[in-house]
Design a protein around this ligand. Structure first.
Ligand SMILES: Cc1cc2nc3c(=O)[nH]c(=O)nc-3n(C[C@H](O)[C@H](O)[C@H](O)COP(=O)(O)OP(=O)(O)OC[C@H]3O[C@@H](n4cnc5c(N)ncnc54)[C@H](O)[C@@H]3O)c2cc1C
Length: 320
């Protein structure tokens, strides 16, 4: 019989990502049975008890290479061994790649990129944006387990209670031979800030930064002043002012920060598609009619080259 919620807890060399904490706390709050944390490739996780895990199960193997075959095999093994009613994962690159494959393999339903979860008569119901964020749909998965990927930063990071959870191996080992592909090389990003998809604060620049120097001297310092990750519109990226990895939107990254600062971005539907669920949106634009203002929590009609440095000064003072 299916029971409880299995949360796939991602980590980087044993250091858990914030998404692990927010998913565990959410899973616990749903009151849908026990919460089990699944940890791939590390023999640790007792501290996850402080965020809501009743127990932690680990799978040994090489997951550092982020190979989908290994991920799918491990999660499948965990599902077959634990029979959870619900499986939650952050909408990370790995889960977005692996869970659809697993769903197809096991004939399961998958609710993708939900931003809310609630319990409803024994079932877990997700809510996700559709049509570039113009509408929301509720998703109830009829299979058991029901699979969901959750957009990072949807629920906020809880504070640990300090409790610890028992850690046990699932007795499953996923070797390199389980994956159909192999990694020949890896290159770590030079940036030390959070990836856009997980960032809690983002400062993005549009085409109107005018040059790479404009992006580097206006957007990056403003972002650094509040520990934010720099982002960009596609027009800014296409013009060569910012790298493609910084692009937010339909053909870039989908972000969900607590704070999104849009500097000189018009607010085209394709840009909104990637950032519309941000909790607080601050827009700076010279054009009072720019569409971004319809979605902004705070709007400043001004030249960003004048406002940017002032904003940086004020934010630094407020945070010091
Ligand atoms: C299939 C498809 C996919 C797409 N995918 C994406 C995507 O993923 N992401 C994305 O962003 N776009 C995407 N686009 C492009 C999108 O339609 C817009 O062209 C793009 O978002 C515009 O970028 P922008 O706001 O920087 O530039 P613009 O539309 O040129 O807007 C610049 C804004 O800056 C303001 N401005 C000018 N000077 C200043 C100043 N000194 N201070 C303050 N404000 C100033 C202007 O008033 C204007 O509102 C896609 C388009 C298509 C067709």
């Amino acid at each position: 019989m299916s029971n409880g919620i299995l949360v796939i807890c991602e980590h980087d060399g044993g250091v858990f990502k914030k998404t692990a904490f927010e998913l565990l706390a959410k899973a616990k709050s749903l009151g849908s049975g026990s919460v089990t944390a699944l940890v791939l490739g590390a023999d640790s996780g007792a501290e996850l008890g402080g965020y809501g895990a009743d127990k932690v199960v680990t799978v040994a193997g090489d997951f550092a290479s982020h190979l989908t075959g290994a991920y799918v095999k491990a999660v499948q093994g965990a599902i077959e061994s634990l029979s959870p009613a619900v499986v939650l994962a952050a909408a990370s690159s790995e889960a977005k790649d692996g869970l659809p494959r697993l769903a197809a393999r096991l004939g399961l339903g998958l609710g993708t990129e939900v931003t809310e979860l609630r319990a409803d008569g024994g079932a877990v119901v997700g809510r996700r944006p559709v049509y570039a964020g113009k509408a929301f749909v509720e998703v109830q998965v009829s299979s058991s387990p029901a699979l969901f990927t959750v957009r990072p930063n949807s629920f906020g990071i809880p504070t640990s209670t300090g409790a610890s959870a028992p850690v046990a191996s699932l007795g499953l080992s996923v070797g390199g031979g389980d994956a159909l592909t192999s990694v020949v090389d890896t290159e770590a990003p030079s940036s030390t800030v959070a990836d856009l998809t997980e960032a809690e604060r983002i400062v993005s620049g549009g085409r109107s930064v005018k040059s790479q120097d404009g992006f580097d001297s206006l957007i990056r310092p403003l972002a650094a002043s509040i520990g934010a990750t720099p982002g960009a519109s596609r027009a800014c990226v296409d013009a060569g002012f910012a790298p493609h990895s910084a692009q937010v939107g339909q053909t870039g990254k989908t972000v969900n920060p607590s704070l999104y600062v849009a500097m000189g971005i018009s607010g085209a539907i394709q840009h909104l598609a990637g950032m519309r669920t941000s909790k607080i949106i601050v827009a700076v634009n010279t054009d009072a009619e720019a569409p971004i203002f319809q979605h902004a929590t705070y709007g400043i009609v001004a030249d960003m080259f004048e406002v940017g440095p002032l904003l940086k000064q004020e934010l630094e003072a407020a945070l010091s």
